[in-house]
Design a protein around this ligand. Structure first.
Ligand SMILES: Cc1cc2nc3c(=O)[nH]c(=O)nc-3n(C[C@H](O)[C@H](O)[C@H](O)COP(=O)(O)OP(=O)(O)OC[C@H]3O[C@@H](n4cnc5c(N)ncnc54)[C@H](O)[C@@H]3O)c2cc1C
Length: 406
């Protein structure tokens, strides 16, 4: 065995890759992780984590560290971005904890990444390498050969593709391309003092209107305020080149109520992210390669589940392997557990976004009447996302030190 041969190589050190490396290490498997960037880092914006992600972080043994910077909003509020009417609220604390065992939490992305990174660095079975961009992964039967951009080659008994929506590892499974939604997100977190409307730090605000929405919530112990303004680009639909620009953002939000419109000029200074997903696929496995996170099932952000599902992926992978990374037969079980669930996320996220952005008066009438009538502790629409997917793995989750070392 040369020093370039590893039991497991994880390609990509985002939230999914670091979470998976940690899960595997905690199950007794040595892991080597390759990240193309010179440093581990995340987008300078917030992230929402449903109870299923918090449960996963608990299984990874990092909940205390996560809770040090997290914000625990009392509720989510959905309002009409045009009229300002509060349509409905959803409880994020006591009723959610009573039902799912964990709260709904909002965080800064870098705080999540830092927690996972520190846990990986502290674990004797994890080694991390930056400046390693994987160019190609070659299936050699009983080994996988990884060719990096600078010519370095490594081999592994198992390759985990955690390299995001433009995954190289995914090419072993399919050569599909990202699908552009035509939606653009301007997002970023700023000091909370700069946001006059941020008085109520107990709420995650979602404002919905025709072809647009705005999300607002505090992060990092309430020191920063995260805002995400999303619109469906008309210019893109018309085939123009100047789509997604700050002035199109301002134009798109021109008809919104004062509370929404007021934050848009500042938001236009943030970075723009065009939103892509992919169509679901039947398998995340090719011999000794397996995909997790956005490499496996990139989805639109409307369910707030992309990273949550990535964390679940890593833990389920570790549990089915049961400490033996050579047990490639068990990857079939990984597929069986993860493909249907994440396919549903991908499929539901698209119309979920459409329901926020509807300009159809009839549909909007039904939607709003439903919103106004529902109780704040009615979790009917999201229960399937927040339920415990680890339960079916029973004893095998214990091998990943369930809730251990807290
Ligand atoms: C606007 C928006 C809002 C969102 N909100 C939420 C939310 O509230 N909650 C939620 O759960 N999810 C949310 N998501 C989705 C979430 O951000 C992603 O699903 C998640 O970050 C995916 O993590 P990942 O680790 O799989 O991939 P990535 O974060 O993309 O990480 C991939 C890593 O691999 C590295 N890499 C790529 N290619 C190579 C290579 N060839 N060699 C080596 N390294 C490589 C990259 O540098 C990167 O570090 C949102 C997404 C968007 C766009």
């Amino acid at each position: 065995v040369s020093h370039n041969d590893h039991a497991v190589i994880v390609v990509g050190g985002g939230i999914g890759g670091l979470g998976t490396a940690l899960a595997l290490a905690r199950s007794g498997v040595p892991v080597h992780l390759l990240e193309r960037a010179p440093e581990f880092s995340e987008v300078g914006a917030g992230i929402q984590m449903g109870p299923n992600a918090i449960r996963a972080l608990d299984h990874l043994g990092v909940l205390d560290s996560i809770y040090e910077t997290a914000v625990f909003p009392q509720r989510g509020v959905i309002s009409d971005a045009t009229t300002g009417e509060r349509l409905t609220t959803i409880d994020f604390q006591a009723p959610m904890i009573a039902r799912f065992g964990y709260p709904y939490v909002v965080l800064h992305r870098n705080d999540v990444l830092t927690t996972l990174l520190e846990a990986c660095r502290a674990h004797p079975l994890v080694t991390l390498e930056n400046d390693r961009e994987v160019d190609e992964v070659i299936d050699e039967g009983d080994r996988m050969r990884i060719v990096c951009k600078n010519g370095v080659e490594l081999t592994a008994g198992l390759v985990v593709g955690a390299d995001g929506i433009n995954s190289r590892v995914r090419r072993l499974v399919t050569n599909d391309e990202p699908v552009f939604s035509g939606h653009i997100a301007y997002r970023g977190a700023m000091p909370i003092e700069l946001v006059p409307s941020a008085a109520d730090v107990d709420e995650v605000q979602l404002w919905v209107g025709p072809g647009l929405h705005l999300i607002q919530y505090p992060v990092r112990r309430g020191e920063l305020y995260n805002q995400v303004a999303v619109f469906e680009s008309r210019r893109y639909a018309e085939g123009r080149d100047d789509w997604g620009t700050p002035d199109e953002l301002v134009e798109a939000f021109a008809g919104t109520c004062e509370a929404v419109r007021a934050v848009i000029p500042r938001q236009a200074e943030e970075r723009a992210y065009p939103n892509y997903d992919k169509d679901p696929i039947d398998s995340f496995v090719a011999n000794r390669a397996v995909l997790i996170g956005d490499a496996a099932h990139p989805m639109l952000q409307y369910l707030g589940q992309g990273a949550c599902q990535a964390l679940e992926d890593g833990l389920v992978l570790a549990a089915v392997l049961g400490g033996d990374p050579d047990d490639v037969a068990s990857l079939g079980e990984y597929d069986a557990l993860r493909v249907p669930r994440t396919t549903k996320c991908q499929r539901v996220a698209r119309p979920w976004g459409k329901s926020w952005h509807t300009g159809d008066e009839a549909f909007k009438g039904f939607r709003d009447r439903y919103f106004r009538g529902r109780a704040s502790d009615d979790f009917s629409e999201v229960a399937w996302l927040y339920e415990d997917v680890f339960q079916s793995l029973g004893e095998r989750m214990a091998g990943v030190q369930v809730g251990g070392n807290r």
